[in-house]
Design a protein around this ligand. Structure first.
Ligand SMILES: Cc1ncc(COP(=O)(O)O)c(C=O)c1O
Length: 368
């Protein structure tokens, strides 16, 4: 097991040794950003480490309200609610929107937080083939008697693929379905203002698309959030047991969120730099003839045909000072994935070394 002995950045110390780090989700380098760290330290000095109460009882602090205000500005939405983790967001919405649907249509490779968030009373669950909107429409047709809710990841955690949200949205309109997109990996990255896949596809401020988001990836901190109309945020505050009965976000985490949003606002070029770097690296990997996905996101998968080969490549890279994990994850795909996560902090030298090592392995072992 890899055990970190340092914080995360473009390099880490792991099991006592220094590695070039192409893992995790710290896409914009915010987790170790000096201003984010300083804000967290100040918050601990002012508030301690925990409010030790739920938001609904006595745990709401001025720092939560400020974070929610800043998130609403970032998203261009009326209001925002923050809660303990991104994982909870799908369950919160699926529970609260229950009166409006009787069947769930879900991408077969959706994140586990989606399946585990479907309320027990909902037994009509239909998996459509991955990103396959023809199959989704066929299922919507076949099960027309139900009131549908469609749910998908915006960017898929393992493959970095962008869901065809424009087409899914058209189907949601056509079949009068509720649509939820889990934008954990798109927040801060995709769209003109980093607002995620809805903005990426220019679907405007569509109030009938719900987004669940997290501050744990591009924003470098922790905690889930949902931005939207006062109607939906009010419903969460008034009715969600998950929101009402879990401890409020700790002070250093709330402060980290506020600080990283400020950086995002002041330095939009970070996003552009990230996608440029990711695009260049993906081009090199494609040139080496490794199988990868097409979309330009900071997640670059290398898809291999067997578990043994995936583990072997990950081990080879590690022996050469680079961490790219083989993804042993609850989402089961048809292939075995090494997941390269690109960050704005990576240097050209790191990218060159990674490509060199992949080439060396390929020359001996092939690509599939
Ligand atoms: C698509 C997706 N949704 C939700 C989550 C959960 O977010 P968090 O780890 O912030 O709770 C993750 C994290 O791995 C994810 O990849």
């Amino acid at each position: 097991m890899n055990v970190l002995n340092s914080g995360i950045g473009n390099y880490v110390f792991c099991n006592g040794k220094k590695y070039s780090y192409f893992a995790g989700n710290n896409y914009l380098g915010m987790a170790g950003h000096p201003s984010v760290k300083a804000a967290s330290i100040e918050a601990v000095k002012k508030y301690g480490v925990n409010f030790s109460a739920s938001r609904h009882t006595t745990g709401t602090a001025d720092i939560h309200l400020e974070l929610e205000k800043q998130l609403s500005l970032f998203k261009g939405k009326q209001d925002t609610v923050v809660f303990s983790s991104g994982y909870q967001g799908n369950g919160i919405l699926l529970e609260l929107l229950k009166p409006g649907y009787s069947a769930v249509f879900i991408d077969q490779f959706a994140h586990p937080s989606i399946a585990s968030g479907i309320p027990r009373e909902i037994s009509n669950i239909f998996h459509y083939n991955h990103c396959d909107t023809d199959h989704l429409e066929m299922l919507l047709q076949d099960f027309k008697g139900f009131r549908p809710l469609i749910i998908t990841d915006g960017v898929f955690a393992l493959t970095g693929e962008i869901a065809p949200l424009d087409k899914i949205y058209s189907l949601a309109e056509k079949y009068n379905a509720i649509l939820i997109v889990d934008d954990a990996h798109s927040t801060g990255i995709l769209g003109e203002n980093g607002r995620g896949t809805v903005e990426h596809f220019k679907l405007g401020n569509s109030e009938n698309i719900y987004q669940t988001e997290t501050m744990s990836k591009a924003l470098g901190g922790y905690g889930g959030f949902i931005s939207g109309s006062l109607e939906i945020t009010g419903l969460i505050r008034e009715k969600s047991a998950t929101y009402q009965a879990s401890t409020a976000l700790p002070p250093p985490i709330a402060a980290a969120g506020i600080a990283s949003l400020e950086i995002l606002r002041k330095e939009p070029e970070l996003r552009i730099k990230l996608l440029k770097r990711a695009g260049e690296l993906k081009k090199e990997i494609t040139r080496l003839d490794f199988k990868t996905s097409e979309d330009n996101t900071p997640i670059i998968p290398i898809m291999l045909s067997s578990l043994a080969r995936a583990k072997e490549l990950s081990r080879f890279l590690e022996e050469n000072g680079i961490i790219v994990p083989f993804m042993n994850y609850p989402v089961k795909l048809e292939f075995y994935i090494l997941r390269i996560a690109v960050s704005t902090d990576h240097t050209d030298d790191q990218a060159v070394l990674l490509v060199d090592m992949l080439k060396k392995w390929r020359d001996k072992n092939g690509t599939h």
